[in-house]
Write a protein that binds this ligand. Structure first.
Ligand code: 13P
Ligand code: SF4
Length: 370
C-alpha cells in the first residue's frame, strides 16, 4: 500500500509555540512512532533537548548505538558529522534525520577532501609515502575524509579511543597523518612520548603545509591545522587561576584543549570519561572542568554534593550543538509521524562504503583493545 503523505509541516509554526506545548508534542510524536524511531543525543545537547533522547553518549558511544539501532528512523540530536556517521553505520534503508541542518562543527569544516587529497599527493611527491604512513581522522570530519582513511589503511578515532588506536598504529606504521584536530593529535602523541619537534603542523593553505621536505620526512606525526573554537577558549592561565581560587581543585579537561592546558590539567578525556570521573569521585570533591558548558552545568546540577566549576568564567558553548532546539525536534518528529522525512542525511554509495570501512575498523579495534 502506498503511504499517503500529508503536507509537510512548517518549522515557523513551531517557533511561536509555548515551550510546554513543544515538549508535549515531542512526546506525543515519539509515542505515535513507537519503536520506529530512536532519538540519539550527544552530551553537549541542551537540557530541553537531551531530556527527550532515548540514548545519550559521547561521539564513540553514539556511533556504536547507531550501528546497533533497529529503528527505521534515527533522529540525531548532535552535529552533522555525527549524523553522517550514523547513516554510514546504519543498516540499509534506515533513515537518519538531523533536526537542524545548520548544526555543523567548525573544526570539521577546517578540512575538506580536496585539501586532504592534495596534501597526500604532496607527501607522495617528496617521498614521505615511501615509508608506511597511516591517515587517521578524528570523528569530527566529513564522511569523505573518513572514506579517504578507509581506502588508505587508516581509521577513524574519537577522543575516547585515540590512545588505543594510536598504540596500534604507532607499532605498525612509521608515521601518522592526523586530521583535523591538531590538539587531540598532539595531546595523544605526547602520551606516547613523541617529542614536540617530531610533530609538525600541516597548514592546508601553504605549500607542503608550511614545512620543509626534511621536516616532513623526519616527523612522526603530521597534524592538520584544525582546532575546536569552544575548547580553544580554555587557556593555561585559567588552570593557574582556578588552582589559586579553589584550593584542592582537580582540573579535568577534554583533549581538544591545547597542549598547554592539557599539560597543566590533572586529568583529560572524552565527554563520557569526564562524566564517569565526576560520577565516581567522592562527595565534597572539587572539579574545574574544561569542556562544553551544557555538560558542565548538568554535572553541577546532578552532583550538588560536589563543587563543580567551568574552567573558564566566560561562556564556552558549542553554538552549533545549540542549534538543535526542541522546536526543530518537534517539527522533525511530527513530520515523521505524518510520513514526511525532513532533513535527511545521506552519503553517496562509494563514500558510505569506504567511510564504513574506517568506522568499522575503529569499532573492532576499540573492542579488541577493551
Ligand atoms: P566526544 O568524542 O567526547 O563526544 O567529543 C566530541 C566533540 O565534538 C567534542 O567537542
Ligand atoms: Fe565541533 Fe567543538 Fe562543537 Fe565539538 S565542541 S562539535 S569540536 S565545534
Amino acid at each position: 500500500m502506498t503511504a499517503v503523505l500529508e503536507d509537510v509541516r512548517v518549522l515557523e509554526d513551531y517557533l511561536v509555540m509555548p515551550e510546554v506545548e513543544v515538549a508535549e508534542r515531542i512526546e506525543s510524536a515519539r509515542e505515535a512512532l513507537g519503536k520506529r524511531v530512536v532519538i540519539l543525543g550527544h552530551h553537549y545537547q541542551r537540557d530541553d533537548v537531551i531530556r527527550h533522547a532515548d540514548l545519550q553518549g559521547d561521539s564513540y558511544q553514539l556511533s556504536v548505538m547507531a550501528a546497533k539501532a533497529d529503528a527505521d528512523y534515527i533522529v540525531f540530536c548532535g552535529v552533522h558529522f555525527m549524523a553522517e556517521s550514523a547513516y554510514v553505520l546504519g543498516r540499509e534503508g534506515q533513515q537518519v534525520i538531523l533536526p537542524d541542518l545548520g548544526a555543523g562543527c567548525s573544526m570539521a569544516d577546517m578540512a575538506n577532501i580536496d585539501q586532504v587529497e592534495d596534501a597526500w599527493e604532496q607527501l607522495r611527491e617528496i617521498g614521505v609515502l615511501n615509508s608506511r604512513v597511516a591517515p587517521i581522522t578524528y570523528m569530527n570530519s566529513t564522511a569523505a575524509i573518513k572514506a579517504f582513511c578507509g581506502r588508505n589503511e587508516g581509521v577513524v578515532c574519537t577522543s575516547s579511543n585515540a590512545v588505543p588506536l594510536f598504540d596500534i598504529y604507532l607499532k605498525e606504521y612509521d608515521k601518522m597523518f592526523f586530521f583535523p584536530d591538531q590538539h587531540l593529535g598532539r595531546n595523544t602523541g605526547a602520551k606516547f612520548g613523541i617529542p614536540l619537534d617530531k610533530m609538525v603542523v600541516w597548514n592546508p593553505h601553504e605549500e607542503l603545509g608550511g614545512n620543509t621536505p626534511e621536516q616532513l620526512l623526519d616527523a612522526k606525526l603530521i597534524l592538520w591545522r584544525g582546532h575546536c573554537s569552544v575548547h580553544g577558549r580554555f587557556k593555561d592561565w585559567h588552570v593557574d587561576k582556578i588552582r589559586e581560587q579553589v584550593p584542592g581543585v582537580k582540573v579535568l579537561v577534554h583533549p581538544e584543549c591545547t597542549y598547554e592546558v592539557v599539560q597543566k590539567s590533572d586529568l583529560n578525556g572524552s565527554t563520557s570519561y569526564i562524566i564517569k570521573t565526576v560520577e565516581e569521585s567522592p562527595s565534597g570533591s572539587k572539579w574545574a572542568i574544561g569542556t562544553e558548558v551544557n555538560l558542565v552545568n548538568r554535572l553541577a546540577q546532578r552532583f550538588p554534593d560536589k563543587e563543580i566549576h567551568l574552567l573558564a568564567p566566560d561562556l564556552c558553548m558549542c553554538a552549533t550543538m545549540y542549534r538543535i532546539a526542541p522546536q526543530n525536534l518537534a517539527w522533525a518528529l511530527e513530520n515523521l509521524a505524518d510520513g514526511n522525512v525532513v532533513n535527511e542525511i545521506i552519503v553517496d554509495g562509494d563514500t558510505k562504503h569506504y567511510a564504513n570501512v574506517a568506522l568499522e575498523r575503529m569499532i573492532s579495534m576499540t573492542e579488541t583493545k577493551n
